[in-house]
Design a protein. Structure first.
Length: 110
């Protein structure tokens, strides 16, 4: 299914992102499917995306709000290229016990 835009397609939109729209008449979110093609041609003022919409999914109207979500399958993986090492040393002469060590890791924007 092709969705045309008056200007450039949304910034940050990538292939395989999931296209949704808010149906203005029912106020329900409708998942269309992943983006398979992105066209931004300034010379011909042609801006559109092609979505692999599911069976029975209707196209959004001009009153509907179209948005996208990143496909979580493409962003779920182990860390790539980053690592950390920690060494804990007790410089006291008394006995000490380490109860817990924690870390917070998050995925930054790409």
């Amino acid at each position: 299914m092709q969705i045309n835009f008056a200007n450039h397609t949304p910034i940050g939109l990538d292939l395989n992102d999931i296209i949704w729209y808010l149906d203005a008449s029912t106020e329900e979110d409708v998942m269309m499917g992943p983006v398979t093609t992105i066209v931004n041609n300034d010379e011909t003022s042609t801006y559109y995306i092609i979505v692999n919409a599911g069976t029975g999914v209707s196209a959004p109207t001009t009153e509907d709000f179209v948005y996208y979500k990143k496909n979580p399958i493409g962003y779920v993986s182990s860390l790539k290229g980053y690592f950390a090492e920690a060494q804990f040393v007790n410089t006291e002469t008394k006995y000490a016990e380490l109860f817990s060590v924690g870390a917070e890791v998050f995925e930054s924007s790409k």
